[in-house]
Design a protein around this ligand. Structure first.
Ligand SMILES: [Fe+2]
Length: 237
């Protein structure tokens, strides 16, 4: 870690400006650590659990790959229009992450074949995934600080929100479901309420109620109770 990284994190954290990477990166971190944790604990002789955790790894790889492609197409593209050099190092890291993800897909296929010692294959996958995640964690923190400051230097908050809105509009319904579910679990209460308020504006009331009911299952009971009372208060106000 560079010595100036801690003050850089402090500047970004304390700024009142729009933070375009925060929510989605919190979501990705939770998806990564939950999946790694599930892979660590799965029993090789439990075929149902093994199949479930392998699907979870596959969904994580798809989530990461989609995120990276959307960043390239919208965030990096927007930065490049104002400063061609701004996203260069991050473009290269994305290309490297895509190559590692391909190797992980091969390891995943091998684990699915059950033609070898399943416990050893799962452990191999766990080790490779742990390094892939470590690389992502470092990369995301760099992006979330360096590129956030690049956005702040060249874009107004309104313009950043417009770039973000174009990215969100490009998501498939399945991609939107995956990212919003991880986000709503990963955020703190204030951030979760802010996101839900924004989502409520773009969806029918019945769909929003269904989403809230789904969150009742997804969130821990204390988190759900706090959220429920926040929305009851909002409705009454
Ligand atoms: Fe990235």
């Amino acid at each position: 870690m560079q010595p100036d990284f801690i003050p850089l994190c402090g500047r970004v954290a304390a700024s009142p400006r729009v933070k375009p990477y925060r929510n989605i990166h919190k979501a990705l971190r939770l998806a990564m650590t939950s999946t790694l944790d599930a892979l660590a604990r799965v029993d090789a002789d439990d075929a149902v659990a093994v199949s479930s955790v392998l699907s979870q790894v596959e969904q994580l790889l798809e989530f990461c790959d989609g995120h990276l492609r959307h960043e390239n197409a919208f965030m990096h593209e927007a930065l490049r229009e104002r400063d061609p050099d701004a996203p260069r190092d991050f473009d290269a890291e994305h290309a490297s992450q895509q190559r590692v993800a391909l190797s992980l897909h091969h390891a995943l296929q091998r684990a699915r074949l059950h033609d070898a010692d399943t416990e050893a294959v799962l452990y191999q996958l766990y080790l490779v995934l742990s390094v892939h995640i470590a690389d992502h964690l470092r990369h995301m923190a760099d992006e979330e600080t360096t590129l956030t400051e690049a956005f702040w230097a060249m874009f107004s908050d309104r313009e950043i929100l417009d770039v973000e809105a174009r990215l969100v509009a490009s998501l498939t319904p399945a991609e939107r479901d995956v990212s919003s579910q991880w986000m709503l679990r990963a955020l703190n209460h204030r951030e979760r309420v802010e996101l839900l308020e924004a989502m409520r504006e773009g969806m029918p009331a019945a769909a929003f109620d269904a989403l809230l009911q789904h969150l009742r299952v997804l969130l821990t009971p204390p988190t759900w109770r706090r959220l429920e009372s926040a929305f009851l208060t909002t409705t009454k106000a």
